[in-house]
Design a protein around this ligand. Structure first.
Ligand code: TPP
Length: 684
């Protein structure tokens, strides 16, 4: 990218600034267009947040009209600069900018429909709804951490495909709230460590949050804080366009990620509410808006932008059209194979034949030499082959690499000296990891997978929820999935986590029972283009229950009969993961008592519940007694076994002991399963 564009000039102005008076006037009019649209849209919707758009309008005007490259006619241009409005409550800032720049679908009608049903202008920005919105924000801090992932993706793909094709910046507008959230520390520390020099955070340093002045709750020196994390950090007047432009120019040549703390006035222009929390999150009211219009010298009626201002914005929207064309030519000049790979990677389409070949090969290997290993180890075996075949897989772990088995032999580590590495040591930063993964997936070209313990899914949950909301393919490998982890005890033993994760819409939770199911679950997670997955895997070894080679992916249905009853079944046993082997042992015990039982493996309750009811009913069957076994809580299982079914699992926290003892202690054994079935049959 060439240096920042100079401000364009129009009428003279008396405003004090380092810009020429006419350029300053033009800037002010452009920024005031954002302010006016934000005030008017919030007023019309009778709800929303005018303060941030009004306060940060100068920052956004400089950023979008002078620094960033993008093409409104192709919001998905892979080499566009990314903009993340981490403070999602300021959504009207983004919608106003997209409209002013000429994003075709962001019409004035959409601005007028702010926060209304079916509009492109929901209360907080949603990436799957609005072209030009890079990520869904609202929960503070997430956007900043997503942006770290986007910057990682950029650096990685640049290393892989070359800077001719991948060379863009990631800009973030972050508020006090973003920087107070704990996740921001994980994000900035990781970004500083990886020296993500093309990441630029503009901090809307207005000193106000909902409760009032920030001094009520915070006294961090953000510049020092970012510097300590390895960033270049500076403080500027957030209402002086030339100073902002100068800081942006400097940031673009920095060897470190950059923080520009922009001192601003929340609700800038509002006569009585500017500088106060009163402008943060509610309509200003007719009188205040009238006064703001007078102060800002804005004479246009509501939802009208003067022609000259719109023309300036629209021409700014076209600034990078030439760059886009030149980029297309460079892409076209790539060797055909490389270009095809790049385009495929960015499209999110997988090479299905390669994936199928890997799965087939693994199943054949396991059929020939069955393995009694933990599913985390089976996952590593699967990854050994998948990493070679699927170049978009980029893995990692939150400091549990050896436990999660997510780093295969020969996988290079990503570092500031080698962004091409495909394994990321995220450090002990589960939340930052999960949010960065969302950013990588959103950026495109990468299929991120992680590693941590299942119990720490709680530390990732807000980011996993957003991945599900956005429909992003991120894959969480979560090992040590039950009391089966043993001696580390109840702090580390997930009990309610499977149920809690299954409760998140559009998230698919897998819990395979052996090597073969592990491979099948990996296949399904990779094939799921529009939803995140969790693979819950064991620490302890499990027998291989699936023999022979199934050409079908039996886990795809979510549940299937893994062991038939010898006779008409009096009992159906349902289990997931490590408890499938227990159910099969219980089946034998029941047979000894003359009771025919069948066993249904349920590697994915989510997929099973998504089946049509007749298919589900066929798998559930019509045995008089249903028993489910899972080393977790009952919640969710009634949909399979009915309220009168028996459940063998956990109803308390675990304990610290060798795992075999714990299974006995908590009564999750073949004997107890058989007993539960017999009791229901009245045979105990
Ligand atoms: C995780 C999270 N907690 C709480 C909120 C509710 N909330 C929205 S904005 C905000 C703080 C507002 O202060 P600031 O971030 O400085 O924004 P500004 O007032 O400058 O617009 C809060 C607590 C949220 N959106 N996300």
């Amino acid at each position: 990218m060439p240096p920042l564009a100079a401000a364009s000039a129009a009428a003279p102005s008396t405003a004090a600034s380092s810009a020429s008076p006419s350029a300053r006037t033009q800037h002010d009019r452009m920024a005031n267009a954002i302010r006016a649209l934000a005030m008017d849209a919030v007023e019309q919707a009778k709800s929303g947040h005018p303060g941030l758009p009004m306060g940060a309008a100068d920052i956004a005007t400089v950023l979008f009209t002078r620094a960033m490259k993008f093409d409104p006619n192709d919001p998905a241009w892979p080499d566009r600069d990314r903009f993340v409005l981490s403070a999602g409550h300021g959504s009207m800032l983004l919608y106003a900018v997209l409209h002013l720049l000429g994003y075709p679908r962001m019409t004035m009608a959409e601005i007028k429909r702010f926060r209304q049903s079916g509009s492109l202008t929901p209360g907080h920005p949603e990436s799957h709804v609005t072209p030009g919105v890079e990520t869904t924000t609202g929960p503070l801090g997430q956007g900043l951490a997503n942006a770290v992932g986007m910057a990682i993706a950029e650096a990685h793909l640049a290393a892989e495909f070359g800077k001719d094709i991948v060379d863009h910046h990631t800009y973030v507008l972050a508020s006090d709230g973003d920087l107070m959230e704990g996740i921001s520390q994980e994000a900035i520390a990781l970004a500083g460590h990886l020296k993500l020099s093309k990441l630029v955070v503009l901090f809307d340093d207005n000193g106000i949050s909902i409760d009032g002045p920030l001094s009520l709750a915070d006294s961090v020196d953000q510049v020092k804080r970012f510097e300590a994390a390895g960033w270049a950090a500076t403080r500027v007047d957030g209402h002086d366009p030339e100073v902002i432009a100068g800081a942006l120019e400097k940031a673009r040549t920095s060897s470190k990620p950059s923080l520009i703390a922009c001192k601003t006035t929340i609700g800038f222009g509002a006569p009585t509410k500017a500088g106060s929390e009163k402008s943060h999150g509610s309509p200003l009211g007719a009188d205040e808006i009238k006064g703001a219009r007078e102060r800002l010298g804005w004479t246009s009626p509501a939802f009208e932008v003067p022609a000259d201002v719109l023309t300036s914005w629209r021409s700014a929207g076209q600034r990078a059209a030439g760059h886009h064309q030149a980029w297309k030519q460079r892409l076209a000049a790539l060797p055909a194979e490389k270009r095809a790979q790049f385009e495929r990677r960015l499209s999110g389409k997988i090479e299905a034949d390669k994936l199928a070949a890997v799965v087939r090969g693994l199943k054949q290997t396991f059929a020939k030499t069955p393995k009694e290993i933990a599913t985390r180890a089976a996952s590593e075996l699967a990854l050994d082959a998948l990493i070679a075949a699927i170049p978009e897989l980029v893995g990692g772990s939150a400091d549990l690499t050896g436990s999660n088995n997510t780093k295969t032999k020969g996988m290079a580590v990503m570092s500031s000296a080698a962004y091409g590495g495909r394994f990321i040591h995220y450090g002990v930063r589960e939340h930052g990891m999960a949010a960065a993964m969302n950013g990588m997936a959103l950026h495109g070209g990468i299929m991120p997978y992680s590693g941590t313990f299942l119990v720490f899914s709680d530390y990732c949950r807000p980011a996993i929820r957003l991945a599900a909301l956005m429909g992003q393919r991120v894959i969480h490998v979560m090992t040590h999935d039950s009391i089966g982890l043993g001696e580390d005890g109840p702090t580390h033993q997930p009990v309610e986590h499977l149920a809690a994760l299954r409760a998140i819409p559009n998230l698919t939770v897998y819990r395979p029972c052996d090597t073969v199911e592990t491979v099948e679950c990996w296949q399904l997670a990779i094939e799921s283009e529009h939803n995140p997955s969790v693979l819950a895997l064991t620490r302890q070894n499990l027998p291989q229950l699936r023999q022979g080679v199934d050409t079908d992916n039996r886990c795809a249905a979510g549940a299937y009969e893994i062991a038939r009853a010898e006779d008409k079944a009096a009992v159906s046993l349902f289990a997931s993961g490590s408890e499938v082997a227990i159910a099969i042992a219980a089946q034998r015990l029941l047979a000894e008592r003359g009771v025919a039982a069948r066993v249904v493996s349920v590697p994915c309750l989510d997929r099973f519940m998504a089946q049509a009811s007749d298919l589900r009913q066929a798998v559930i069957g019509d045995a008089p007694v249903n028993v489910a076994v899972e080393a977790g809580i009952r919640q969710g299982w009634d949909a399979v076994i009915g309220t009168d079914g028996a459940f063998v699992g956990m109803s308390s926290f675990g304990a610290s002991a060798p795992y075999q003892e714990l299974y006995r202690h908590f009564g999750i054994t073949p004997e107890k399963v058989a007993e539960a079935a017999l009791a229901k049959l009245g045979k105990s």
